[in-house]
Design a binder for this molecule. Structure first.
Ligand code: PBG
Length: 334
């Protein structure tokens, strides 16, 4: 009965410790630093290209040469890692062939990053949606249903291509059943035993992904179709924990909760239920809310960004994916 033991006011005054800057700093329970941040970024073909994402203020799709410049800045500020998402402009197909090309856009970006900045972590997205003409994360049957086991067969080839290029972590974001174990076995069989798996375990069928789908060009193709036959129902917490338990059993190195702020309860529950480090993704829609509210004069972008990241850490996240990673790292360095 920790709280019952406190003598009531006026003997107890919580404002005593809050009244002095040194004391506030001294008793701070949660630390946030650039080493906790992962920068999700969009890469496209070509040279010298920076293409803004209309619905995601402050975020640009970058060709590999431009990506290297920004990544160097991120690394210099102590950002932990970059998470790569490809923008496939010309080769979207029904079967997502480009996803498994060992010399595709993502493997080339990984090699360039690891060569230029070997200490910056590189995390790749394992999912088919940037590559499919229909915008789904997997292969589909004639009625448009996303096929599980057939999709896994492609995902393991995609993950192996990323690992061969030097990715530190592969991060399956597709929500097929059984893909973590299948990817782990495929990586080990190909000699990539040290490539880690960051599993998007509690990933919800969220409407907060809108700007991301614009960025990778899947929104149009997806049309009215949804992802609710594979991503989690936003109403379900217990089922999210079942997903995590399966991914742990299949060999995940880290678990992820996504989206972030609307799912902070899941960050805390996953943190308490499992002993793996937890990552959380402040997704495109959440980030766009901060930026557009700031542009409208309603919020202070910098303060609200840092506060939201601190909230993720308080809830128990080890790592945070945020489009504001570089901005936040700069603010934390001040
Ligand atoms: C799909 C994927 C999505 C995001 C990351 N990977 C979107 C989706 O599931 O439709 C969303 C990230 C964001 O909104 O920032 N594999």
């Amino acid at each position: 009965m920790l709280h019952a033991a406190q003598p009531p006011w006026p003997a107890t005054r919580l404002r005593r410790l809050r009244s002095r800057a040194f004391a506030r700093a001294m008793i701070r329970e949660t630390a946030l630093s650039a080493s906790h941040l992962i920068w999700p970024t969009f890469v496209l073909e070509g040279e010298g290209r920076t293409v803004p994402v209309g619905t995601l203020p402050g975020v640009e799709r970058l060709s590999i040469d431009r990506l290297l410049v920004r990544a160097e800045q991120a690394a210099g500020l102590g950002v932990a890692a970059v998470a790569l998402f490809p923008v496939i402009e010309s080769e979207k197909t029904v079967h997502a062939e480009a996803a498994t090309d060992p010399d595709g856009l993502v493997p080339r970006a990984v090699r360039a990053l690891k060569q230029a900045l070997p200490d910056l972590g590189v995390i790749t997205d394992v999912a088919l949606d940037p590559y499919t003409s229909h915008g789904q994360d997997g292969l589909i049957d004639q009625r448009g249903y996303v096929l599980n086991d057939e999709t896994i067969a492609v995902l393991i080839r995609q993950a192996t291509a990323h690992a061969a290029a030097g990715a530190d972590f592969v991060a399956p974001s597709d929500m097929m059943d059984g893909r973590i174990g299948a990817i782990r076995r495929a990586l080990d069989a190909a000699g990539h035993g040290m490539t880690a798996i960051l599993a998007y375990s509690a990933k919800y069928a969220s409407s907060f992904y809108g700007p991301f789908r614009d960025a990778v060009g899947s929104a149009k193709n997806l049309g009215a179709s949804s992802k609710e036959t594979y991503q989690l129902d936003p109403a379900n917490a217990v089922e999210g924990l079942r997903e995590c338990a399966l991914d742990v059993a299949e060999g995940a190195d880290m678990l992820m909760v996504k989206p972030g702020l609307p799912y902070l309860d899941m960050v805390l529950r996953v943190r308490e239920a499992f002993d793996l480090p937890v990552a959380v993704y402040q997704v495109s829609g959440e980030y766009a809310m901060l930026r557009t509210a700031a542009a409208a004069g309603a919020l202070d972008y910098e303060r609200c960004l840092i506060e939201s990241l601190l909230a993720f850490r308080r809830a128990g996240a080890s790592a945070i994916l945020t489009y504001g990673a570089i901005d936040a790292a700069r603010l934390l360095a001040r």
